[in-house]
Write a protein that binds this ligand. Sequence first.
Ligand SMILES: [Zn+2]
Length: 897
Amino acid sequence: MKAHRFFACAALSGAMAAAALAQSGQSQDEEFAKDVKEWTTSPEFISPLVDHLPKASGIPSPKDVLGYYPGMPKKLTHVADLNRYYRALAAASKRVKIFSAGATDEGRECLVTAIADEDTIRNLDTYKGYLARLADPRGLSAAEAHRIIEQAKPIYMFTGGLHSAETGPPEMLMELAYRVAVDESPLYQGIRKNVIVMVVNALEPDGRDRYVDWYYRHKIGEETEADRVAGPPYWGKYIYHDNNRDINYSQVTMRNWLKFYLEWHPPIMHDLHESEPFMYTFSGQAPQNPTLDPILYGELPWFSNFEMTKMMSFGMPGVWTHAFVDMWSPGYLGFMSSNHNGMLRMYETFGNGGANTMKRTVDAGAGGGEAFGGGSMTTREWYRPVPPYKTVVWSQRDNTNYMETGVLSALELTSNFAKTVLENFYDKSRNSVESGAKDAPFGYVLPAGQKDMTRVAFIVDILRLQGIEVGRARAEVKLHDGTFPAGSLIVKRNQPYGRLAKILLEKQVYPDPNLRTYDDAAWTMGLMSHADVKEIGDKALLDVATDPVDTMHVAGEVKGSGAWTAVIHDGSNFIPTLRYRLKDLTYDTLSEPYQSGDINLPAGSLVIPSSARVKSEIEKLGLEAVALNEVPNVAKRPSKLPRLAMYTTWGNTQDVGWVRYAFDQFEIPYDLIYKERVRQGNLRDSYDVIVIPNQGRTSKGLVFDIESKGKPLAYNKTPEFPTMGMYGESDDITGGMGLEGVVELDKFVKAGGTLITLGTASFFPADFGITQTVEASRTSGQFYAPGPIVEMEIQQPANPIFYGYSDHAVPVRYANGPLLRVPQEDRTKWVLAQFSGTEKSVLSGFMKGVAETRNRPAIVDVPVGQGQVILFATNPCYRWQNLGELNMLANAILYQK
Ligand SMILES: [Zn+2]
């Protein structure tokens, strides 16, 4: 694509301005200039900021260490080599220092490199202290705060490589680190003097290596879009792309980054992604979360407009803002910054899913990238004055040029307005404390004495992980909102992260039914966990005496003594854990409630021969039990443990990953099986229960999965590709289980097996006739339910699935599963629960067209042959969030017909 005439001229004036700023008289790397010019596919895809690279005696450039320049065609860098470069840079330059942020699931290092002038790096701890003080300004006078701001410097932290297929950012960041360390021109002198730049190696180091291996094995030969094959089945250990939706920081690696953030308090964190042409810079569009500080909503377009202006002055087309991703959900990884009074920034640049140069169709039809807004990305709009081209030959170096020009412009702005950035950071932190002291709600109480305190502990521990202060009431708490026992957990809003506490705990009130949101509309922690969280309007909460809680430990208890220990099924997710820990013991589960004197045992309670070991496990797991002399005389069933398998496609491992993660946490063992095992047949010989987690959009996708492009796509371990073959192995991941797989699952059920399907996977047994009379249909085009929390009515409270649930209606996350219909005559037998489907049954978030769900089955148990199929239209194991629902799945597994 030829440069637009306008840009040919504009590029000159931009170049002149930048050249003035980039004057240093330093010797330049001629080879770099030549190679980069060659790798850049069109002259307007480069800027005067990145068309040259200075040399610095004794300081290695990426090429000096790795043998190639970032952005070179067909070159991607493994984590060990990224780390090797950053270590070499830090060893050679007094302007650079590296920090480990911990290890990943697979043992790779999360690495952060800090770059600033020599004096700043030498005194980094002092600057860290300044930022910590501004992050928690309690007790600081305005005058003292301003004295600190005079001394302090903002950290601008760049992150990339969260999504492993978005391969460019970790390459670019090495070059950026080098430039910031060595360039002697005024631009860089200003940046080094006024800003502390930080870069990460890769946010998902395990996925980085797996993707790079996959690229070299399967993708390096791709020449056209039509050649492109699927990515590797896994990035990190569990959750693939949802590593950017891990709102509760379940994953080890994401916790590392949060911990690092809360140690260093970067006022700006900038996450680099790839999906949009040629560069989208985030400005925080609607819907916006109104609890976040309004200053943030001024800062975001301030930066994005500066970058867009700057890049247009360089003549770079296709840079735009405003129309992608909103500010509603706090669950994206980069939001750790804005959630903690900093500033989240984000780019989407254009990547090819690897390092090959190819012709790309940008205008892939309406909807493509701007999925939630619809429309094309190549139209001229007020926020996109120079749109991307409809087709383009695009290289990894083009992508590098765009990203790097953008982030250097952002650093220029930060360097010129460093004090404003710090001022804003302080103001946002102070405003959070002050708002909590004067505006209701003043905080939240999680009352002591709830029937399952382990779910309360789940909430408290996540709040603590987020840096939110939680206290334990020393005495009974009397407020206008109610009276709460001593030991209740108290979250006061007059603290630096009080706004975040409110965002996480409050009911989400969606601002405008006409707006669409990029992810979930609701996440209210109490509703998701089925734990009681009281919003408090009484200001007296702020004066309640509390002891600080670090992490919350729930000690279980066995009351009394006797030959039998009855473990009360109170809905705790640790009941299954106990069952598996005691798998060698023989004992019964009560299938009816039992009451005698002050002993109340709900159905589902376990009656186990007493022993020191049983007592100790109950205490460790936070469960409640009573000792009895005799086994209660009510109906029981043997507590047998099933042989369990979890089915996953190769092409959609993400939602399965969340279920794997939850089962691993609660110690529920299972075989992870793929098409290979299903096609082998004889499933009933090996398994009693097979769970098919939510995956894909359609049942056809579940059955036929990744389309074959003729060549096998092997995911198995070889000496050259050691990250392949983890969590499953296949000579060819394409093709799906096929119809022969469907037949085997049908045989499994008819021979007495239990098949459990979750969320959209529940289309499968209906569509493929395993449950012949159940129909699964879709909601209408007007229906819109971005993950609201809605009410589900339990129809058959005596069914074992509801062991541990005592209310008729319970909150569930709406999963956009099928609208199920069963024959009228079977309804009372098969339908275990249904959606209320009324406006007031939307408990948090937003659902448009709620009546479409009215009285639709939410959980159905259908007898088929000797076995059964349990279809959840809900997803009882969603992203480590709805732990209140998880017991329904555990019960379904543990108590089949
Ligand atoms: Zn991404």
